[in-house]
Design a protein around this ligand. Sequence first.
Ligand code: PEP
Length: 244
Amino acid sequence: MRQMIIGNWKMHGLRKAGTDLASAITTEIGTILKERDVVLAPPFTLLHHLFPLLSEHGVGLGAQDCHAEIEGAYTGDISAGMLADSGVSHVILGHSERREHHHEYNALIKRKVMRAREFGLCPVVCVGESGRQKEENLAEEWLGKQITECLPPDFDGIVAYEPIWAIGTGKAATQQDIESRLTFLHDALARHLETDDKSMRVLYGGSVKPEDAASILAVPGVGGVLVGGASLSARSFLGIARAG
Ligand code: PEP
């Protein structure tokens, strides 16, 4: 399976800085794309603007959320159809920052996943336990619930395992932790989707840096990485994308 490297720019990037970053990444992306798939998820305001550059270089365009409805009186929201119309190929859904700051919950995320599929977008669904759940040994129960409640039975997108305690903290999970969680998630996915196929892409995300990317990308079963902070520097992001 080809691994995927996704850069989640979060709420960073005015037009000039975003264009410069995307240009610096695409200039050097050719050799990386022989081995791995790359997607950049800038803020909504840059999607339309960056699409020509990214598509010309074979880099996917990702969004960081979409609304669950097709259209309507939802001031400030963006629909899956609008994303598709802007050239978006992937959409990150259920990120822990949206669960926390926008009170997103599993059933809503499932509706967004289905809407994204309806418009031809590949959903990248984030799951992950808090530090407290980890300490109290409740992580697997929580992750299992997120899988069954966020994913429709015909789900064919990507899952990103993002332990909340590792996001933006500079403290990535260990190789052993990632491997055991990925095994759990692949099993839970196979059960939920009623399939023997355990090849669905499950990415790891949480403080991935160039210096530990090779060991993370070597974890058995890892489908790639979702990169937040380190995706804001071309040097770091490229270092991660070519690691190993
Ligand atoms: C993220 O927000 O998806 C993420 C993984 O962030 P960071 O790499 O900064 O921990």
